[in-house]
Design a protein around this ligand. Structure first.
Ligand code: ING
Length: 312
């Protein structure tokens, strides 16, 4: 008997800098209601889903920066989402900026949580691959300052037994790195859920136009196929504070095929009834790690950070 998990992906359109969390949560509740009508048991919201993508700006005042962070989770702004999701018996993934006090210090992470249908936080992930730069580059049309605002995640890439399967999380740029999926694949992950905020034109390579949507799907389709897992990815999309973010929210099967994809750059729900046993066609054959991997030849992957070409 296959384990079918009905999954929804809630793409969000632009969030203005001055849009309140209450307004965003209202939009999220509308997508939750749509997901319920489709029988979804899990709903995936984007990265940094509660505010505008503030790392596009160089902000000097720490108090101004910290206004984009959640100082506790849940909190009064998001409690209506937790309550309504639990009332409907739907679990969800939520990305947000986490400010926390740990070991006597304040820390800030780009974080995502997995919440059970009963409204309990099952797991937390903190973004590891922080793109962009920490220094101010005012000459750029827009910046990407995640290295300024967030610390590197502290949890690695864990997975959790939940929703009758094995689920993992990553965040945005993490999805471009094969190591992300493989570390979870080596823990038997059956579905990776994630959110992203991706400018349509990369500020670092504007000369490469029109490839962001292709690279977005390429990375996740490869990760899904090579690890025999589902990928459910929610974009924050559209023209947000003068920067166009790609949409392309999608659900990808362990075959690597996109089985559902958003059509717009606005708030939009996509969904699919995911067979969590589908991955076995690959993890028990082509990608039977135990039978085929040769770790004695992979040492450079963890011994070396940057590429070192041969001397001559
Ligand atoms: N955003 C982008 C992402 O990885 C980026 C950063 C854009 C990297 C384009 C490379 C090319 O999708 C976040 N938030 O990581």
């Amino acid at each position: 008997m296959s384990r079918i998990l009905p999954v929804g992906v809630a793409q969000l359109g632009p969030i203005a800098r001055n849009e309140s969390r209450q307004s965003v949560v209202e939009r999220m509740l509308d997508l939750l209601a749509q997901a319920d009508e489709r029988g979804c048991q899990l709903l995936v919201y984007p990265e940094l889903a509660l505010t505008t993508f503030f790392p596009r700006w160089y902000i000097e005042e720490q108090a101004e920066v910290d206004a984009f962070f959640e100082h506790s989770m849940p909190n009064p702004d998001v409690q209506p989402l937790f309550d309504e999701a639990a009332r409907r018996g739907i679990g969800f993934h939520l990305g947000y900026a986490e400010l926390c006090e740990e070991d006597g210090h304040t820390h800030r992470y780009n974080t995502a949580i997995l919440v059970s249908p009963a409204g309990e936080i099952i797991g937390k992930y903190r973004k590891i691959h922080l793109p962009g730069h920490a220094d101010n580059r005012p000459e750029k049309a827009f910046q990407h300052l995640e290295k300024r605002y967030f610390e590197i995640g502290t949890y690695g890439f864990p997975v959790w037994r939940a929703f009758d399967g094995i689920l993992g999380m990553c965040i945005c740029n993490d999805r471009r790195w094969p190591e992300t999926y493989r570390v979870m694949g080596l823990q038997g992950v059956e579905m990776v859920v994630l959110g992203y905020n991706t400018p349509a034109i990369s500020p670092d390579s504007p000369e490469i136009p029109n490839l962001q949507l292709f690279h977005n799907h390429l990375s996740m389709q490869a990760g899904a196929y090579q690890n025999g897992c589902w990928v459910a990815a929610a974009a924050k999309a559209g023209w947000e504070e003068g920067v166009e973010h790609i949409g392309g929210s999608c659900i990808i099967a362990p075959t690597g095929q996109i089985v559902a994809q958003a059509l717009t750059e606005a708030d939009e729900l996509i969904s699919y009834h995911c067979d969590l046993d589908l991955g076995k066609h690959f993890t028990q054959t082509t990608f039977n790690f135990a039978a085929h991997r040769r770790i004695e030849h992979y040492g450079l992957i963890t011994e070396r950070t940057g590429a070192i070409p041969p001397a001559k």
